[in-house]
Structure formats: C-alpha cells, structure tokens
Design a binder for this molecule. Structure first.
Ligand SMILES: *Cc1c(COP(=O)(O)O)cnc(C)c1O
Length: 396
C-alpha cells in the first residue's frame, strides 16, 4: 500500500484487508496524506519526478509509469476487489482494451453474447483485424460456453448481470471449467461493483470496471479500472498499461476516489428504490416485461443470490411498443434521458436508439431488446417522486 497510518504513534496499524467493506471505503490506506495530515490524497499534478540521487531513483519517475495519486486509487480498488494489484485507465474501454492485449494474434476468446456494446465493437471491429477471434455465447447456459472451446481458446470474458436484460452467468461454474482448461477469466463488474459482487473470490483472474458508472457515481468523470487476482497477472497488466499509455490522469484519479467513498451509501439506497420500482412495474398490466435480478420470476435469481449480496440499481422494462417508449422518454421530468448509468441522479436509457442502435433489429429482438425496452438506473431521488413521474409519463 502507498500510504500508512499516520498521527498518533500509539495507534496500532491495522490490516485494511480485515476491515468490513464500508470501513475500507473510508480507510483504504491513503486517506490521510503522510506529509501534511491532509484529509484527502494530494493531486500530484506532475508528469515527471526529480532524481535527488541519480543512483537512487525516486519511486515514481514519470507519471505514465506511475503517479502517487493514481497509485492511491489503484491500491484502493485492489483492496475493495480483494486482488493483488489494481490499475486505473482513461475509461472503461481503455481498461478493457488494455487487458485484451494480454492475448496474441491467433488466440480465441469466448464472450458473453450481450456484452457491453463497446466491448463487442472492440472484439468485432478492432481485435478481429489483429487475428484475435471471438465467439459470443449465451452464458446463462454453461454448456454453450463449453461447446465454444477451440484448440486456440485462451480466455473467457463474462459480464453479469448483463446489459440491458440483466442475464446472470454462474461465475463459479465458468471459472472452475476455465481453470481445468487453462483459460484466463475476465469479468466486467460495472453493474454490481465490489460492494455487491467480488469475482476474485470466485476465482476470476481479472475484474474490470467502467468506473464512469457506479464507482464514480456522479456522471462527472470518465474512468476505467482493472484488478488482477495474482501478482504475476498484475506484473503483465502493469507492463501493458505503461506500454500502451492508457492511464488515468491525476485529477480524475482524485475525483474518482472522492466518489468511491460513498459507494456503499449510494448503492444501498438506490437498491432499495430499485426493488420498489421493479415491484411497482411488475404489478402493472400495461408493462410487458420487467427485468431485475431481485424479482421472484427472474430466471437467474437463484444463481445471482449465490454470488452477489444485492441486486443493484438497474431495472429494465418493456412498455410494449417503440411508440410508447418514445412517449415515456419525452414525458419523464426527473430522470435524465441519456446513455450511461450508475449516478446519483436517475438515468433513463433507450437501448434501441442509444447503446444498441448499431445492432441489427433482428439480432436485437432475438436478445430480448425489444423496441419498447427502457433501462432505468435508479438514483438517489425519493422513490415515490420517481414512481409518480413514471406513472404520469406512462399515461396515454
Ligand atoms: C459504460 C460501460 C463500459 C465502458 O466504459 P467507459 O467508461 O464508457 O469506457 C464497459 N462496460 C459496461 C458494463 C459499461 O456499462
């Protein structure tokens, strides 16, 4: 860890890893500046560092290779996910693309079919040109994962719950099988965050985040994070992060840590509201379908409950037709109508015309993303106000 306990000499240094999650969020090791006692990590706005002694180079010598503010964030996310090392990148896609650089030309990867659109684009428009092949499978069915194995398969990429229909992958079943076959496992944990789901505890090798969403939590910073389960994988990711230069800046690193301190408070509050919203929606006869892992009839509920401690704050629902979806989008007054999710303010998205607009209509429909599907990321507003607003927007 980069920071130590400071202040009172008689204070026993504690092992951060033994603390409960909520305490780790505030006492992650670098919360007090050693030099001044300042109550937040200093923003080291420097690209390079003076060599006081040419024979004894400083710990950080150049900010692409290492910056103390970014280092504090990297140690912070490693602590929260329970991994060996963390890394911070300019965006979620920078984290994901840098991690895929572990693969080489000729390799094959098995991927969740309803993976984030940017990951899909990376694999099918960029990495395919580098002769990295991918097969997309419905990961709710472990047999489909197994059947996709080829002699050149090197990795499995999971995203659970998936977007926008919140399908659940059995993480432990995939990692057990992957281990038997010497495959690297990666998991995009953006929707759950380490508060609700810690994939490394289920043997996932690399956890990835768009920290732009729940970790940042305020729709004001773009960032990505990766956590390696082992020191050896950490060493490889470090080489790639430095070699590719996909790093997060010092200001953004600070802003992200500022947001992360309230992760549990925000997630817990939004989840209570999301449960209420999902129940309210599923009791309405004019809603064709509601997708939320906390609902009794969610097909992946039992598996999700085994591997996660909560259901999250994203609720998707189908209002029947594209016309009706557009009506709701134009009539709602409280949520911002936008791509993205995971913020203090509620965000209402329309996958058909936003995140999944590039997907051919037949493929989209086959994946349950109908023209009437809306995705609600529940923020911190009073849920009664959000429901009343949605009710008026649904009225003809
Ligand atoms: C937003 C998102 C990403 C991409 O992150 P950026 O920060 O936008 O680059 C990746 N995965 C998931 C699940 C996301 O929601």
């Amino acid at each position: 860890m980069s920071g130590q306990q400071t202040g009172a000499g008689e204070q026993q240094p504690h092992n951060q890893r033994d603390l409960k999650f909520a305490t780790k969020l505030l006492h992650f090791g670098a919360e007090i500046d050693e030099a001044t006692g300042a109550s937040s990590v200093p923003i080291y706005q420097a690209s390079t560092f003076h060599h006081h002694d040419i024979y004894n180079p400083p710990v950080h010598d150049y900010s692409r290779s290492g910056n103390p503010t970014r280092q504090a964030l990297e140690d912070y996310i490693a602590l929260l996910e329970g991994g060996a090392r963390g890394f911070a990148y300019a965006s979620g896609m920078a984290a994901i693309s840098s991690t895929f650089m572990l693969l080489s030309s000729g390799d094959h990867v098995i991927v969740t079919e309803d993976v984030y659109g940017g990951t899909y684009r990376l694999l099918t428009s960029i990495l395919n040109r580098m002769n990295i092949e991918s097969t997309f499978v419905d990961m709710t069915d472990i047999d489909q994962v197994k059947q996709a194995l080829q002699s050149n398969t090197k990795a499995v990429f999971m995203e659970t719950p998936s977007n926008p229909t919140l399908k659940i992958t059995d993480i432990g079943a995939v990692t057990a099988w992957a281990k038997d076959n010497n495959l690297l496992t990666m998991l995009d944990n953006t929707f759950m965050t380490p508060y609700y789901q810690r994939p490394i505890e289920l043997d996932v090798d690399i956890v990835l985040h768009s920290a732009t969403k729940f970790l940042g939590g305020h729709s004001d910073v773009l960032a990505g994070l990766a956590v390696a389960r082992t020191e050896e994988l950490g060493r490889q990711l470090k080489m790639l992060q430095n070699g590719l230069g996909t790093v997060l800046g010092a200001q953004e690193s600070w802003l992200l840590m500022r947001g992360m301190k309230t992760l549990e408070a925000r997630m817990a509050h939004s989840e209570i509201s999301a449960r209420k919203l999902s129940r309210w929606l599923s009791e309405r006869s004019d809603i064709a379908q509601v997708y939320y892992p906390g609902l009794e009839n969610h097909p992946g509920r039992e598996i999700h409950e085994r591997q996660s401690s909560g259901y999250g704050a994203v609720v998707s629902f189908d209002v029947g037709t594209g016309e009706r979806a557009k009506q709701v989008l134009s009539k709602v007054r409280l949520p911002i109508v936008a791509v993205s999710l995971g913020a203090v303010e509620s965000i209402l998205s329309y996958p058909t015309m936003m995140s999944h607009a590039a997907m051919p209509a037949d493929v989209r429909h086959a994946r349950g993303i109908g023209d009437g599907l809306l995705r609600f990321s529940v923020g911190l507003e009073d849920i009664d106000d959000l429901i009343a607003d949605l009710e008026q927007a649904l009225q003809n």
